[in-house]
Write a protein that binds this ligand. Structure first.
Ligand SMILES: *Cc1c(COP(=O)(O)O)cnc(C)c1O
Length: 385
């Protein structure tokens, strides 16, 4: 990499770019070609083909993604779920056992419970807040441990250095879904995680206009995962690679602004009489606030809160908000509001939801890039409604 490319925001703009510039183009052009003419050694041909994740757009973006988390290598995928499934199907083989944090993202939870058994993979759930309880779940077949930087939608923060230490002690592959933090706020390879996964559909692209995923970490694993992705086929199209690279260039300014706006909104909500509780790791009232302060450079742009008036109040709020759009997903420039009990966690029974702290009056709020005062005024009028 260019040695002038050290600071995080400089990497966002320049890391991985081909030099000399292709035809002088300041932006890496889109190589919308499914296949490429073979010119090299015919005894050992390297095939360049979109599904093999090696167009110039893929190569540039892989280098940039690795640089952002100070990792060895990276790979983009067709979605966050393609990153997660391809990683698990590479790290684990039939008969293997995985330790996974309770309360994972719904798609991941579904993959582990509904799909993995067909591949002969076994899962045990761990309480990430209680490292002392992990040991008894380890079996001879345990190969990996899987956690999230912050859980959705309660934003709980596990003892992440303890996860790395535990993985090392038991020779497990440590895997973390870093979607909510982004490399702006946290870079898992720096504290020793083997693999850091992202749904780039969220903050990384940041514009709610594409689906993509990323796997960042040790070369040894990225090479194996690339071979599997090449066969499983969840490769990202070059046009989407271009859009993701374009979105990434503003990741730093976007996420720092979202950190700041979310902090202000969390404080506003915490003081509001219609709000029973706010879940945001930046608040002193958050149970893992001091851990989050130590680990993260910022607390992210997503928060959740419980309304005193329960489900009816939550529905009224979502219906009365004029700026915040009622939609799933998060991390984009548009502020989105969502009720986990009826969207992301609707497949759980009410008792299961209550047990993990997701009440009917819980609202998740993904802070966009609108003027923070406008968002606060909008929430204020919607909470009055
Ligand atoms: C959205 C999301 C995913 C899945 O990503 P897709 O791009 O929708 O496939 C995985 N993990 C987390 C934490 C997410 O928010």
């Amino acid at each position: 990499m260019n040695t002038t490319c050290r600071g995080f925001d400089t990497k966002l703009i320049h890391a991985g770019e081909p030099l000399p510039r292709i035809q002088g183009a300041v932006t890496v052009p889109i190589f919308q070609s499914a296949t490429f003419e073979q010119t090299g050694d015919t005894n050992d041909p390297v095939l360049f083909y979109i599904r093999l994740n090696n167009t110039p757009n893929h190569q540039a973006l892989h280098q940039k993604l690795a640089a952002l988390e100070n990792a060895e290598s990276a790979l983009v995928t067709a979605s966050g779920m393609a990153a997660i499934s391809t990683t698990l199907l590479t790290v684990l083989s039939s008969g293997d056992h995985l330790l996974a944090q309770e309360g994972l993202y719904g798609g991941t939870h579904g993959l582990l419970t509904d799909e993995c058994p067909a591949f002969g993979l076994k899962v045990d759930w761990i309480d990430a807040g209680n490292p002392g309880s992990w040991e008894e779940k380890v079996r001879p077949a345990t190969r990996a441990i899987y956690v999230e930087t912050m859980t959705n939608p309660l934003l709980q923060v596990a003892d992440l250095p303890a996860v790395v230490e535990f993985a090392r002690a038991h020779q497990l592959v440590s895997i973390i879904d870093n979607t909510f933090a982004t490399p702006v706020n946290f870079r898992p390879p720096e504290i020793g995680f083997d693999l850091s996964l992202h749904s780039c559909t969220k903050y990384m692209n940041g514009h709610d206009d594409l689906a993509a995923g990323a796997i960042i970490g040790r070369s040894k694993w990225i090479e194996r995962i690339t071979r599997r992705l090449n066969r499983l086929g969840g490769s990202l199209d070059p046009h989407a690679v271009f859009l993701l690279d374009r979105g990434l260039k503003t990741l730093g300014v976007r996420v720092r602004q979202q950190n700041e706006s979310a902090m202000r909104i969390a404080r506003f909500l915490e003081d509001h009489p219609a709000v029973a509780r706010v879940n945001y790791p930046g608040l002193e009232s958050h149970p893992q606030h001091s851990r989050a302060r130590k680990l993260f450079e910022g607390f992210g742009g997503t928060l959740s809160f419980d309304l005193v008036g329960g489900a009816a109040a939550a529905d009224r709020l979502a219906a009365s908000a004029r700026l915040a759009i009622s939609a799933p997903s998060l991390g984009g420039v548009d502020t989105l509001i969502m009720r986990p009990a009826v969207v992301s966690h609707r497949n759980l029974t009410r008792q299961e939801r209550e047990r993990i702290g997701i009440g009917d009056g819980l609202v998740r709020f993904s802070v966009g890039l609108e003027t923070p005062d406008d968002l606060i005024n909008d929430l204020e009028q919607a909470l009055r409604a």
